[in-house]
Unconditional design. Structure first.
Length: 105
């Protein structure tokens, strides 16, 4: 990104709205986890369900089908840990880079 692109992102980015969205996602995730029954966490998703959720619903591009083996034969407990704990942590490095770009003068 060049300085012009960073300046444009800073101009249009609404940090308060982004924070509100983050908090709403967090509240929804907590509520969803509370609704889960512990015994259901040992259930693994079948391939048809994974394909529907990941590709048919548009969460991942169909060109990324090679990622399917990463998610196959995983339990609901694995998905909870991956999507609610590990995956957001992966983005910390990206956020650090964005912060550096935004604060550059």
């Amino acid at each position: 990104m060049d300085k012009k692109a960073v300046a444009e992102i800073c101009r249009v980015l609404k940090v308060d709205l982004l924070d509100d969205y983050r908090k709403a996602v967090y509240r929804n995730n907590v509520a969803e986890v509370k609704r889960m029954r512990p015994e259901s966490l040992n259930t693994a998703w079948d391939n048809g369900y994974l394909k529907r959720v990941l590709f048919d619903e548009g969460h991942l591009a169909t060109t990324t089908q090679n990622i399917l083996p990463v998610y196959q034969k995983k339990t609901r407990a694995w998905f909870v840990v991956h999507t609610l704990v590990a995956h957001p942590f992966y983005h910390i490095g990206q956020l650090s880079i964005i912060k550096q770009l935004v604060t550059k003068g």
